[in-house]
Design a protein around this ligand. Structure first.
Ligand code: UDP
Ligand code: MG
Length: 348
């Protein structure tokens, strides 16, 4: 990696490497990535709020709008925004690929030293971005928005989201913050680490957590949607939740071991009972129970063993590296060490 990177403004930007854990306050480039699907009612005010809030970060900025197959007037409004503001770029996807793909498309194009992902609907206030930049400058690699409160959501959504976040965190084998969405700032090293992952099907929230690095919360109040409606039906949300779990956790497949353990215990218990109790109808019931449980235990164990192979095959195909280097100190560290991530070889 070259220690300096040309910016869109025609000058070189020093990478924001932390020095003694703190990043220098030189300008640098901040990219804002915004997935948009049918957001015509709100997109202009989103742009106005962003350009009003971003100068106080002290950074140059670019705003990347990803039009994810909108069928309303979103695209023409975005075109007008880009025509009037050279800091805005519109990336039009060829159809609706979903928010996760739209965000990844934005990350792929973002050139900033830091990248903020934010929804188009002003639920995440752009005024929080300067705080995220401060958090990043003080050494965090990911400054994630953590919701203190959530306006405008039904109690059903609040309860299910809160339960899901906690359930999901318990299934995933690395720390993942709860009560957060996609509103966050990522350091260039984290963006590169996420972009370097070869998997196509993505759940960005857990991929960012997977990369590790120093991740810190920035607390904020999440507002109600400024206009328009949520793009997530209950069915779409359930599909997303299933994707999140399947992509990030082996626990559902491993649950077969619990079934095998239960059935084995039942088989042994019923067999002991059959041996110890005096002969009669009870012995017959216990013997039949033991036999049925034994057959069930053998079958469930077979499923669990197949599951172990499936887990390994799936994780190999997913192709995530076995480690991410945050930096190398001394020796042949080189001038880039403080800012570089190098995906390791795949697991054997
Ligand atoms: N979005 C998208 N593609 C989709 C659905 C949503 O790019 O297929 C965008 C949407 O325009 C918004 C963000 O993703 O900027 C979050 O969507 P929404 O506000 O509907 O989700 P909610 O906040 O209700 O969970
Ligand atoms: Mg929203």
């Amino acid at each position: 990696m070259n220690p300096t990177r040309p910016s869109e403004h025609g000058r070189d930007i020093l990478p924001h490497r932390p020095v003694n854990g703190v990043r220098p306050a030189s300008r640098g480039l901040l990219s804002i990535v915004i997935p948009c699907h049918n957001e015509e009612e709100v997109i202009e005010s989103t742009h106005q709020r962003l350009v009003a809030a971003l100068p106080s970060t002290g950074m140059d900025f670019e705003i990347l709008y990803i039009d994810d197959g909108s069928r309303d007037g979103t695209l023409s409004r975005l075109e007008a925004i880009a025509a009037g503001d050279p800091r805005a770029t519109v990336i039009e996807l060829s159809r609706n690929f979903g928010q996760q793909s739209a965000m990844s498309a934005g990350l792929a194009q973002a050139r900033g030293d830091a990248v903020v992902i934010i929804d188009a609907d002003l639920q995440d206030p752009p005024e929080v971005i300067p705080e995220m930049v401060e958090c990043w400058r003080s050494g965090a690699d990911v400054a994630y928005g953590r919701r203190r409160s959530r306006e405008g959501e039904t109690w059903f959504k609040l309860v299910t989201a809160s339960c899901f976040h906690r359930f999901f965190a318990s299934l995933v084998p690395y720390p993942i913050p709860v009560d957060t969405g996609d509103f966050k700032l990522l350091d260039r090293a984290v963006v590169d680490a996420v972009r370097g992952l070869p998997e196509k099907r993505r759940y960005l929230r857990s991929l960012v957590a997977w990369t590790g690095f120093r991740q810190e919360p920035v607390w904020y109040d999440r507002h109600a949607r400024s206009a328009g409606e949520t793009k997530y039906s209950t069915r779409k949300l359930l599909r997303l939740a299933l994707d999140a779990v399947m992509l990030s956790s082996d626990t559902p497949l491993r649950a077969a071991w619990w079934g095998a353990g239960f059935l084995t215990t039942l088989a042994v218990g019923a067999a002991l009972l059959a041996c110890l109790m005096p002969a009669g109808d009870g012995t017959l019931v216990a013997t039949i129970t033991a036999l049925i449980a034994l057959v069930g235990a053998i079958q469930t164990t077979a499923v669990a063993i197949v599951g172990e192979y499936v887990i390994r095959t799936y994780r190999e195909v997913q192709g995530r590296p076995s480690w991410v280097v945050k930096r190398t100190i001394g020796g042949n560290a080189g001038s880039e060490a403080g800012h570089e991530h190098r995906p390791g070889a795949r697991a054997a």
